[in-house]
Design a protein around this ligand. Sequence first.
Ligand SMILES: [Zn+2]
Length: 382
Amino acid sequence: MPPMRAIRAREIVIHPRRPPVDDGAVVFDAGRVVASGPASVVLRGFSGPVEDLGPVTVTPGLINAHVHLELSHVAGGTVRGQGFTAWLRSLIGNSLGKLSQLALDKAIAQMQACGTVAVIDITSRNTARVAAALEAANIGGLLAVEFFGFADAGALRWPVDLDALPDPARQRVAAAGHALYSTHPETLRAAHQWCARHGRPFSLHLAEHPDETEQMLTGKGEFARLLRKAGVLPEDWTAPGCRPVAYADLLGLLDRSTLAVHCVQLDPGDIDTLAARGCTVCLCPRSNEYIAVGRAPWRRLDRAGVPLCLGTDGLSSNQDLSLWNEAAALLREADGPGFFRALEWMTLNPARLLGAEQLYGTLEPGAVAGYSIVPDGAIRAA
Ligand SMILES: [Zn+2]
């Protein structure tokens, strides 16, 4: 266990919903916060090493609520700005299973550099390696093992060998669904029910792009043709004839444990449904911009009371895994969420979804000994 130590900084956000502390300090011991508050109080009588971080703002460690670490080697290998179908076509032109250690190490380093303490990582290949890298970097959270495809309807055949995972990794597993357009509805239901039984969040890519909406409504379009050609979508598949959120609701996939990822293509009824079911939505603004699928209506979701999180998505659709850069994409908007609201989306909300508010989301005693330094004055001032 690391020895007792402390940090000090000009400004420390101990809890995202409370005013920051000027000239603050946090004391860590045995991997946990043991004291936090004004330096004059917290450091009185403290004899261990104190690292003075200087004129910066320190926040609780961040939670990246949607990332695909196993696609880190695909960085730069997909087309941008041409819509989802073109992006997917370019993605499957890569060797998706061939994650290099260098790419994985670089991706983990990017997350550490912005003070990431937990993730919801989507995985179906190289899970053991990703788990080991997260463990070594002391990054907690979930390995959301993703079910994909229309074969084995509802049978929940895990794409990874859970028994072969070392114990700490196995404790972090959740079942996740890829998407309505790619995965059998009974499999999605079974994955959702597995999560309900095990008290884990259920993650699903939902309402990400207009091609998905078209496929759900009509079963036609270039996207559906590509999925059929790739052997993903069965020839006899018929469209449910409703929008993605309505279909997910019909299948019983939406509730308080659900993390609906992207949610770009929403109409007002969809927002009402997500709010009524108590879903959490993960925004991935830079991935959406990269693929050119539109922008999530985050203001309307926020006003409707839908808890929001932020995710970088994978390096297959983003330039880096910095959550601060993700937040900056929204904070730069004319009527942005503001620094503290965005901070909640990277701390308190995902911590609650993970059922781990004692460990993550704040720098109060008991929280993990991780923190983040706001990299840029413009972000803090937003
Ligand atoms: Zn994703």
